[in-house]
Design a protein around this ligand. Structure first.
Ligand SMILES: Cc1cc2nc3c(=O)[nH]c(=O)nc-3n(C[C@H](O)[C@H](O)[C@H](O)COP(=O)(O)O)c2cc1C
Length: 188
């Protein structure tokens, strides 16, 4: 079994990445393979509505997205993590998720039945909205979202701040454990 965590922040080693790495650590402890994928520095463009993915498992935009889509297809679990930008999930994550999600939906609903969920970081405000945006994505894919002791949000502004948000770190740890136990139950 394996879980992929996709980090939708342009900042390497930023709060979103730290939160994702912490969640994946909780999952790895349970004997499940994990992989972190940073979208930072990659060429990820928004959907151009060409509808090529209706005609086959493909994307007409030749950037860095499709290989990551294939990794998601192989994975048993998918985490999408984003910083909040102007009250919403980052544009980088939006561009990524709209295209990966559309290819999957139009091609045998490729992500249906997988386990996953969102992680969201903000300095002060907008977690709820960004979390809801990403939850919409998981639910329309037919994916299973485990819960935790709180919603998967954390606070932080500068790189590393999120590590001081004890409750946020505990929440995503619990989410990682819930993902692992859901995956194990599904396998039995
Ligand atoms: C363009 C931009 C817009 C932002 N908008 C918000 C916002 O609406 N609400 C908020 O609380 N923080 C906002 N922030 C702060 C980030 O969410 C915060 O610094 C977060 O920790 C960044 O995650 P990272 O370290 O993974 O990049 C914004 C940051 C940037 C660069």
């Amino acid at each position: 079994m394996n879980v992929i965590g996709i980090v939708g922040s342009p900042r390497i080693n930023g709060n979103t990445e730290l939160l994702t790495a912490h969640t994946l650590k909780a999952i790895a402890e349970e004997g499940i393979d994990t992989e972190i994928v940073r979208l930072a520095g990659l060429d990820i463009r928004p959907c151009n509505a060409c509808m090529a993915c209706l005609k086959g498992e493909q994307c007409s935009i030749k950037d860095d997205l499709f290989p990551i889509y294939l990794k998601m297809k192989q994975a048993d679990g998918i985490i999408l993590s984003a910083p909040v930008y102007f009250g919403s999930a980052s544009g980088l994550m939006k561009s990524f998720s709209e295209r990966a999600g559309y290819i999957a939906r139009n091609n045998n609903k490729a992500f249906t039945g997988k386990v996953g969920g969102p992680l969201v970081v903000a300095r002060r405000v907008g977690h709820n909205f960004a979390l809801a945006e990403l939850n919409f994505w998981f639910l329309i894919q037919g994916m299973i979202i485990p819960g935790s002791t709180y919603w998967n949000i954390a606070f932080g502004r500068n790189k590393g701040d999120v590590l001081k948000d004890e409750e946020g770190m505990t929440t995503v740890w619990g989410f990682g454990k819930a993902m692992a136990s859901t995956l194990k139950k599904m396998r039995n």
